[in-house]
Design a protein. Structure first.
Length: 317
């Protein structure tokens, strides 16, 4: 009877149920998910919310496999808290707080639902008491917990953020792909480490914790450094390209302006050494300049009034 009870506990949570209370499980999930998310966003700076690698998705799946579906609430809270902090740090206009918070709450619910779905799919097809000990379990875990389950929150996020204008219509597919790929990479890297740490006291896992954790940790850090370096180099390249284009446009504008000034100066000298001219003579004179200089759209002829008496104005006594 004792053995049956212990096996049932392992099947549902991966650890003895009494070691951590449900409330603490939810709280720990919220803190851990939120902290990992915040560190990832701080370390891998991108223009949007989609990340090329998202270890928090792997942490969420690992916690859901260990403690069961109840941690989905904590994951949703942690996701909402971290994304809200990032939004307020980046926002220039705080008038759209309510719609933004609604979108971020929906993303949080999607993160929790994704972890719950991934854990359920993995449990249906793998050894319930000791996951990731056979080749078939590893393949099923990486396939169902990664690409299959991770399509959920990528779709939810795209739906949540598109109305707010955070994603442009033209790059929806790219954003979905980036979000999905980041979650898949995070599951492959972080979820095994979470499971290994949680099951470290089991004889078959005890000798695997250190090398697995160190290896995955080094991989995550290496990928993060690579992504950050790539982002910085892309930013520098875009800045150089935009600067080059801006310099070319500025030079062209400066030359056109100087030419227009020379043409205008020549037009203003129409009356030099000549007698008085009228509007028709001025129109004929400036036509060649207007035809040859598209930058000049029009010139005006304003005769000088020699005195107020010519217009019948009355001056001061």
């Amino acid at each position: 009877m004792t053995g049956a009870r212990q096996s049932a506990e392992v099947h549902t949570s991966g650890l003895p149920a009494e070691t951590v209370s449900p409330a603490r499980q939810i709280a720990i999930a919220a803190v851990v998910y939120g902290l990992v998310s915040w560190l990832t966003i701080a370390f891998i700076s991108t223009a949007g919310f989609a990340m090329p690698i998202w270890p928090a998705a792997g942490v969420a799946l690992g916690l859901a496999l260990i403690w069961g579906p109840r941690v989905a609430l904590g994951i949703a809270i942690g996701s909402f808290a971290s994304n809200t902090a990032v939004w307020f740090a980046r926002a220039d206009d705080l008038t759209a707080v309510a719609p933004a918070l609604a979108s971020l709450a929906l993303i949080g619910l999607g993160a929790g639902a994704q972890a719950r779905l991934g854990a359920w799919l993995v449990r249906q097809r793998t050894t319930p008491d000791l996951p990731l000990l056979s080749s078939s379990d590893i393949v099923v875990f990486l396939l169902l917990g990664g690409p299959v389950a991770c399509s959920l929150n990528a779709s939810v996020a795209l739906f949540a953020l598109a109305p707010e204008g955070i994603f442009g219509v033209a790059d929806h597919a790219h954003r979905w792909w980036t979000w999905w790929l980041g979650d898949v990479a995070g599951v492959a890297l972080a979820a095994p480490a979470v499971i290994a740490i949680a099951l470290r006291r089991r004889p078959m896992w005890s000798h695997r914790v250190a090398p697995l954790t160190l290896g995955l940790g080094a991989t995550v850090i290496g990928l993060a450094l690579l992504v950050r370096s790539t982002n910085l180099s892309n930013d520098a390249r875009l800045y150089e390209e935009l600067s080059a284009v801006a310099n070319v446009q500025a030079d062209a504008f400066h030359r056109a302006l100087q030419h227009s000034e020379r043409v205008a100066a020549s037009v203003t000298g129409i009356g030099s050494g000549r007698g008085p001219i009228d509007g028709e003579a001025f129109r004929v004179f400036v036509q060649p300049a207007l035809r040859d200089n598209a930058a000049i759209t029009a010139v005006s002829w304003n005769p000088v009034v020699s005195g107020v008496d010519d217009l019948g104005w009355v001056g001061p006594d």
